[in-house]
Ligand binder design. Structure first.
Ligand SMILES: [Zn+2]
Length: 369
């Protein structure tokens, strides 16, 4: 089984479920609309996905810690595949967002000037040739142009406290929609090409988003990477293969569960030279079983500094119904009942004492694991 793995950087879950091309592929896939990312920014989000463990274990828990990835302790997805005889190939936005360990070749595109659709179609053709020559391949594609637009029009023009930005949510939303529609078009073209090349017969297609992007929902976060609210914490994943029956799983899962799912699909077992991971395969859920999982996340609020901190200073633990947030930077806590309060506006920390204790306990349990 070959693998094409696409990251749609910054694609919001609420847009994904309505995207024209997204909807088509979702209807043919096992789809997880609520994948809680470890971190609401690409570097830590992707290292957690590729290693199956949270950043406080794998070393990459901030914007600054890409080089601290513990590759001797945690085995990356491409490394697993390379060791099993795959040719591993990737096209990423920069050198920092992914652990390069295990890639035969990891190319970097120019997000401002390259046509990603054309570039990635050529890579699919290259993989098809490898397949013809009898080789197994893993291809990683990073769609970075939502980020590109946000960088140019939001990050460079506004700070996290810009009155102008936060008072124009509708305008921000329209701008985001424009970026998302381009992403959806990209996806449509890539999937068509994938099918036209006949790759769909024996290739596992994995499409994820790494985190959401705020359009001004919470004052203090113009885009992402500040807080641990759902607008940026909810990402998505889908798995498409002839052997997988389409299903949409309502319960939340964690981004660290993606790696063990792929390994199980490929019948690759844990490598005893490396530490056990925290992620758990999603195969039981794909096969229709109910399963409730607790998710842990960390972010780095730059506060007034304009620069992300060296260490995470916002921690969150989330169940399907509740979220507990600990703001390390000012020692405050928040508790939300997501079922009734999806926008996380009513802090129940001093009202729901018992639930607060329970969530605090769950967070400490994960941090001490
Ligand atoms: Zn990202």
């Amino acid at each position: 089984m070959n693998i094409v793995f696409i990251t749609m950087d910054g694609a919001r879950a609420d847009r994904i479920i309505k995207g024209k091309n997204y909807k088509k592929i979702i209807s043919q896939s096992a789809f997880f609309p609520k994948v809680i990312t470890y971190a609401p920014f690409t570097i830590s989000a992707m290292h957690a996905v590729f290693s199956g463990v949270y950043g406080f274990k794998n070393g990459v828990n901030s914007y600054w810690s890409s080089n601290n990835f513990k590759k001797e302790i945690y085995k990356t997805l491409p490394k697993f595949l390379k060791d099993t005889g795959y040719v591993t190939f990737g096209d990423s936005i920069n050198r920092l967002v992914l652990p390069s360990d295990g890639f035969d070749e990891l190319k970097i595109h120019d997000e401002l000037n390259d046509n990603l659709t054309e570039r990635h179609k050529l890579l699919l053709e290259k993989m098809e040739k490898l397949k013809q020559s009898g080789k197994k391949f893993f291809l990683y594609l990073h769609y970075s142009n939502i980020h590109t637009g946000i960088m140019q029009e939001v990050l460079k023009k506004h700070d996290n406290f810009s009155e102008e930005y936060f008072s124009n949510k509708e305008k921000n939303s329209h701008f985001y929609d424009k970026l998302f529609n381009n992403a959806d078009e990209y996806l449509g073209e890539i999937i068509n090409h994938f099918k036209n090349l006949g790759l769909d017969e024996d290739t596992l297609l994995v499409i994820i988003s790494d985190h959401g992007i705020s359009i001004g929902e919470k004052f203090g976060e113009r885009a992402y990477g500040v807080f641990c609210y759902d607008t940026t914490l909810i990402s998505t994943a889908l798995f498409c293969h002839p052997r997988i029956s389409p299903i949409t799983v309502k319960n939340q899962v964690r981004s660290i569960d993606i790696l063990p799912t792929i390994l199980e699909l490929l019948s690759i077992s844990h490598d005893k030279n490396y530490k056990e991971i925290d992620g758990i395969s999603l195969m039981p859920l794909i096969n229709g079983k109910e399963d409730k999982r607790i998710a842990f996340s960390q972010s780095g609020n730059p506060l007034n500094s304009g620069k992300p901190p060296k260490k995470p200073n916002v921690y969150a633990v989330r169940t399907d119904e509740w979220k507990y947030i600990k703001n390390i930077h000012n020692n405050t806590e928040e508790l939300y009942f997501l079922k009734d309060d999806p926008n996380e506006e009513i802090n129940l920390i001093n009202i729901e004492k018992e639930k607060s204790d329970e969530m605090r306990y769950q967070m400490n349990k994960i941090l001490n694991s």
